[in-house]
Write a protein that binds this ligand. Structure first.
Ligand SMILES: [Zn+2]
Length: 292
């Protein structure tokens, strides 16, 4: 599922390509992904509008349109936005959008010359055309953006929590945009066991966690996100960050720091990857700077 770095990458890709373009035509191959309004109304209302701005909040992508309405894209499990050149009528060679094999659910024709396909293998994604994205219920419940958050506020937020740290990082109401990949990577780099209760973290560990969270997310954005499942960039190419993963998807492989095999455990129905040695619970109080 695209997390903050992937959606931020898509945002950046679209900013370079679709701002000012006019939505001249829309084809809907599967109306299930259109949550609001009804498909016919969605098509009618969007046609003729231009893309004014691209925004992101948490894992939600938002296109601001020339009539001040918003097209929101929630990618969920397998959503993709892929930009291509418009083919002259009758020359469309792709898996016949609309055919059973195609995963293209909606195509936005953008004049001049482009077509933006919304692909979604499993159809969990959600497209909406709405007056104000800020009024979406899940947006109103969303926690702060990591990049807009101070260390002091982060520590205050942690102080109120009694859960384990990994599920907390995944909780969008706690902090926006972090998913399963980056939660595991952030905790590894912070040398914190994902099963630790939040109240057990020392002030130093909380500071390290905050800094590593920002560093990991920044680096992932810089490398275009992680293509581990269905995520691709707007160009259709893979993001590059998966090769920097130290624990995610590496169960059984040696830790890149200490050679201990990486463990995979289930937490809240999600796989958690960690090194039991590098992320061992410190025996007493504050963790030493360099245990080796
Ligand atoms: Zn290790």
């Amino acid at each position: 599922m695209p997390e903050l770095p992937e959606v931020e990458t898509i945002k950046g890709d679209l900013e370079k390509t679709v701002i000012g373009k006019k939505i001249s035509r829309i084809e809907i191959f599967n109306p299930k992904v259109i949550r609001q309004p009804q498909a016919a109304e969605f098509k009618r209302s969007l046609t003729g509008l231009r893309v004014k701005r691209v925004l992101r909040r948490g894992k939600l992508l938002i296109l601001e349109l020339s009539n001040a309405k918003f097209l929101t894209v929630h990618f969920k499990m397998t959503g993709q936005l892929v930009l291509r050149k418009q083919e002259p009528a009758g020359e469309r060679k792709l898996p016949d959008a609309g055919s059973k094999k195609s995963i293209t659910r909606v195509t936005f024709y953008l004049d001049p010359g482009l077509a933006l396909d919304y692909n979604d293998l499993r159809l969990f994604g959600e497209l909406r055309l709405i007056d104000d994205w800020r009024k979406l219920k899940f947006i109103q419940e969303l926690g702060p953006e990591p990049f807009g958050l101070s260390l002091t506020d982060f520590k205050k937020m942690l102080a109120k929590k009694k859960t384990k740290i990994k599920p907390l990082l995944l909780d969008q109401k706690f902090i926006a945009g972090i998913g399963n990949i980056y939660a595991s990577e952030i905790l590894f780099r912070s040398k914190i066991d994902p099963q630790r209760p939040v109240h057990d973290l020392s002030p130093l560990e909380q500071t390290v966690l905050y800094k590593e969270m920002l560093k990991v997310l920044q680096s992932a954005i810089k490398h275009g996100g992680s293509s581990v499942d269905d995520y691709v960039r707007v160009s259709g190419k893979n993001g590059d960050y998966a090769r920097f993963h130290q624990v995610y998807g590496r169960n059984g492989k040696p830790c890149l720091v200490c050679r201990t095999p990486i463990k995979r455990i289930a937490q809240g129905g999600r796989g958690t990857f960690f090194c039991s040695k590098c992320q061992a619970v410190p025996s007493s109080g504050a963790r030493k700077e360099n245990p080796r």
